[in-house]
Design a binder for this molecule. Structure first.
Ligand code: ZN
Length: 231
């Protein structure tokens, strides 16, 4: 089980850890600030003792750093991790935006989320909607920007699963209930959105900047995809 430093401080860019296991090019640390791929988010990248970390994955509660083999790490070694911060900050801005967008579209249309992909450059959210045109996209994006500009605080906390599931609006995913854990991590964006979520976010929506709707796509019956970016 890897201690998730990115849950304690989502702005931690440099950290110290101990190497617990090495499996080929995959390195397990006792703790990490690297957010692994998952929940639609691409993983962080960066360096570990100066060697390139190109991908970070998660199996159960263990986080694997895919490190350039030249690092030649072994269990017991001390390791200094450094995140590619520009990339990570964009992922956080995009991810908080995706939550606000989901809440806006859900509030306006009742649509649930059928998928999402958060990348540093361009992200998308899929909704189970039967129609979605440019005009609607503009209206939604305008509302998202309104929420971003209000400077809403983003809070994270832990809650017992049964209490969390009783909160209205918690589940906006069409196909997935939150994981079957006793305690869920909750991400609350002002009064706009509350979700069970394991990912990384900005701490205030004022950090998002300007959200730009890029395009919409039809992805089959009752599935509409909206692409956006942040500037
Ligand atoms: Zn999320």
């Amino acid at each position: 089980m890897t201690k998730k430093l990115f849950w304690e401080d989502m702005y931690l860019r440099v950290f110290e850890a101990k190497v617990e296991a090495v499996d080929g090019s995959r390195v397990v640390l006792d703790q990490t600030a690297f957010n692994p791929r998952g929940g639609g988010l691409v993983s962080d990248t960066g360096t570990l003792n100066g060697a390139r970390v190109s991908e970070v994955t998660k199996e159960g509660e263990t986080i694997f750093h895919h490190v350039d083999p030249s690092a030649a790490m072994k269990p017991g070694d001390r390791a200094t991790g450094v995140l590619d911060w520009d990339r990570r900050l964009r992922i956080m801005r995009m991810h908080t935006t995706a939550h606000i967008l989901s809440s806006v579209v859900n509030g306006e249309t009742g649509a649930l989320i059928t998928g999402n992909q958060i990348n540093p450059d361009e992200s998308r959210v899929d909704f189970n909607l039967d129609s979605f045109d440019k005009d609607k996209m503009s209206v939604f994006i305008e509302k998202v920007n309104g929420a971003a500009k209000r400077g809403l605080e983003v809070r994270t906390y832990f809650m017992k699963r049964d209490e969390a599931m009783a909160m209205p609006g918690l589940v906006k995913l069409a196909n997935a209930a939150p994981p079957a854990l006793d305690v869920l991590r909750i991400v609350e964006i002002g009064n706009v959105d509350t979700q069970a979520d394991g990912g990384v976010h900005v701490k205030n929506t004022s950090e998002i900047g300007m959200v730009v709707g890029l395009r919409t796509e039809n992805k089959g019956k009752n599935n509409r995809r909206l692409y956006f970016t942040v500037q």
